[in-house]
Write a protein that binds this ligand. Sequence first.
Ligand SMILES: NC(=O)c1ccc[n+]([C@@H]2O[C@H](COP(=O)([O-])OP(=O)(O)OC[C@H]3O[C@@H](n4cnc5c(N)ncnc54)[C@H](OP(=O)(O)O)[C@@H]3O)[C@@H](O)[C@H]2O)c1
Length: 278
Amino acid sequence: MKKFAVNFLTAPLLLALSLTAAGAEFPDPARPTVLITGSNANYGLAFVEEYNKLGWNIIATCRTPTEADKLNALAAASPNIVVEELDIMDDAEIAALAEKYRGVPIDVLLNNAAINAYRHGMSTFGNIDYAWFEKILRVNIIGPLKVSEAFQEHVQASKQKTIVALTSTGGSITNQTMPVNVGYSASKAGLNMAMKNLAIYMRNKGVIVSILAPGSIDTEDYMNAADPETVPPLYQRMIKAGRLVPRTAINDMIGLIDRLTLDDSGVYYNWDGSVLPW
Ligand SMILES: NC(=O)c1ccc[n+]([C@@H]2O[C@H](COP(=O)([O-])OP(=O)(O)OC[C@H]3O[C@@H](n4cnc5c(N)ncnc54)[C@H](OP(=O)(O)O)[C@@H]3O)[C@@H](O)[C@H]2O)c1
């Protein structure tokens, strides 16, 4: 049997390999690897669950691992998931995590973490909280860009070579028809521009940058609730209006991410593969 040679190429990888609670080697070099930001809740958690079913290595990052009960439960049951602390506004944490995984190929870097104003309150004209506006711009634009810069070599060293930024249809300037939620919309339009720039920059390196709007997906399984009265009113309205799409849309996005080529880099995609206008 051929021995695994330790040389200057493999040494960083071996340094980065660690053991999970179950005693397995992580990340398993035979499996593709995804790093997901904000993976303790909602979309981030749903992506962890689905990539786990597909057998990927998952570097599941979140701000407060000690409070990430659902994520920790998933990680305890799977040697493929390691939970790491990462606040995407903390430069030192970003640099330390990138260094920890130096030499480890990351096939998909999934920039999911954001302030989602639809969950945490909006800002409307006449009532704009400018301190909050500045914060949402920093978290939703600068955060994913810094994480992408820090992990660009990890992605470049992988097979799939894909950076994904979860944006929103609300980032479309063309489709903006109502003067609501200006902070969130501006943050996602700004993210789109930042990621379009990154796509152009990364093209020569063979790295795909996907600007992907996830839509309103039923990550909480509200559509299958036995008692519709237990569903929060916002989601009851969305279900009635046909605006909530089934949980399987997460798998559709994973399939879409898998199929992307360099020709799709910098394209503003909706979760169903349709192209959105800027
Ligand atoms: N849900 C939708 O219908 C929808 C529609 C369009 C686009 N999106 C986009 O999809 C992504 C996920 O949305 P979601 O609905 O799952 O949002 P969410 O429920 O509000 O979750 C956001 C996640 O981001 C994390 N986060 C916030 N600030 C962070 C920071 N500074 N550093 C690290 N993590 C941070 C949160 O962590 P904590 O728990 O620690 O706060 C949480 O894990 C976002 O980019 C959102 O804009 C969602």
